[in-house]
Design a protein around this ligand. Structure first.
Ligand SMILES: C[C@@]1(CC(=O)O)c2cc3[nH]c(cc4nc(cc5[nH]c(cc(n2)[C@H]1CCC(=O)O)[C@@](C)(CC(=O)O)[C@@H]5CCC(=O)O)C(CC(=O)O)=C4CCC(=O)O)c(CCC(=O)O)c3CC(=O)O
Ligand SMILES: NC(=O)C1=CN([C@@H]2O[C@H](COP(=O)(O)OP(=O)(O)OC[C@H]3O[C@@H](n4cnc5c(N)ncnc54)[C@H](O)[C@@H]3O)[C@@H](O)[C@H]2O)C=CC1
Length: 307
């Protein structure tokens, strides 16, 4: 992963954009949604840039940029159509210790701009590490239609309830179950039922007796591409992953990253953990899986293409 995704707090960020053509306008349209202070420098501007100036959203100077301008900012975008000028300005910015992006030259980019889906607090950023921005754009179009606008108010609601949950539900694991249950009940909608779904999830999180354990058994001979789609949400909810083997990379990528990992415990320990409501996966060879299935008839054995 050459480019590591980060989400930058823009509340005290100051950004310089050099150039105000088509490409600069596209970057500006996204940056203008943030809290960053934005300075634009360019002799010629698009109508879109003029509008941002008229609204008072940006500070604009209609003149060529100089090397001396490359200081006093947190981030700089270089978007003139002059390749050498962009490189000279990028070198000056880098010397001043400022992270910069050259829109037509990834070699000089300390960071790159992803394709962005904006649902308020929920933001999805897609990058192809510069290989194919057009693919990032078309993937965005698909996700845009999949992620409803209701996610914006839904995540405002969830953010407002976070303190209440933190105060009333002591165990971190119960908090996780609460949010999983809430989203299972509520999905991605924001309507009159949303507060009810939250209350139901809250009640369930405070009542340990209703918690159900789960044991998934995965035969080490099954390859990742044969795993049924139905197991994906179950994989993301695991508390523990047990195996005495090394789990192949492609399967590992599908499992919850924060789950506890250990060798396969004794049958009696497994019984105890199931009773406590743990959600577990055992990855083992076919002989061990068959023995576990005999011992735990309630366990779900994952078969290629089905559960
Ligand atoms: C490295 C990066 C640097 C950066 O800009 O940060 C970069 C670099 C370059 N882009 C080029 C071209 C195009 N870029 C787009 C579109 C987008 N480009 C964006 C990001 C990035 N572009 C960064 C990597 C992102 C990643 O990891 O994938 C997006 C995602 C975000 C945004 O710009 O807001 C936005 C889609 C937004 C959306 O709609 O969601 C289109 C299509 C279009 O315009 O519709 C074309 C024309 C087709 C083509 O050429 O592919 C060229 C060649 C220039 C030339 O030939 O002169 C270079 C330079 C090079 O590749 O060397
Ligand atoms: N990263 C990306 O997504 C993409 C990048 N590009 C590249 O981005 C570059 C810019 O493209 P466009 O916006 O279409 O160009 P453009 O010609 O529309 O705009 C160039 C801007 O730079 C300004 N400028 C020129 N000299 C300047 C100076 N000395 N100081 C400050 N500003 C100056 C101009 O006034 C103008 O506002 C091109 O090199 C293009 O190849 C093109 C497509 C996508």
């Amino acid at each position: 992963m050459q480019y590591f995704p980060l989400f930058v707090d823009t509340q005290a960020l100051s950004v310089l954009i050099v150039g105000a053509g088509e490409v600069a306008s596209r970057k500006l349209a996204l940056l203008a949604r943030t809290d960053a202070r934005i300075q634009v420098l360019a002799p010629a501007t698009t109508a879109e840039v003029d509008e941002f100036e008229a609204e008072g959203r940006i500070a604009l100077e209609r003149r060529p940029a100089t090397l001396e301008d490359m200081q006093g900012f947190d981030l700089i975008y270089l978007a003139t159509a002059n390749e050498q000028l962009n490189i000279d300005l990028a070198e000056a910015a880098t010397q001043a210790g400022i992270w910069c992006n050259v829109v037509d030259n990834p070699k000089y980019c300390r960071f790159i701009t992803p394709s962005i889906i904006d649902r308020g607090r929920l933001v999805v950023a897609i990058s192809t590490a510069g290989a194919a921005p057009v693919f990032a754009r078309s993937l965005r179009a698909r996700l845009e239609s999949w992620l409803p606008q209701s996610l914006s108010p839904l995540f405002d609601f969830v953010a407002q309830r976070r303190d209440e949950v933190q105060q009333n539900v002591a165990a971190p694991k119960s908090r996780r179950l609460l949010w999983e249950h809430f989203f299972d009940l509520n999905g991605d909608k924001w309507d009159n039922d949303t507060p009810t779904h939250f209350q139901q999830a809250m009640t369930l999180a405070q009542d340990n007796s209703q918690r159900q354990g789960r044991l998934l058994l995965l035969d080490s001979c099954i390859e990742a591409q044969w795993l049924p789609l139905a197991v994906m949400p179950l994989f993301s909810q695991l508390d523990c992953i047990y195996s005495d083997l090394s789990i192949p990379f492609k399967i590992n990528e599908l499992l919850r990253r924060d789950a506890n990992r250990a060798g396969i415990p004794h049958f009696t320990q497994l019984t105890g953990r199931l009773a406590q409501g743990e959600r577990m996966l055992i990855f083992a060879n076919p002989v061990e899986i068959a023995a576990l299935q005999d011992q735990f008839p309630q366990a779900q054995s994952i078969k290629p293409g089905s559960l």
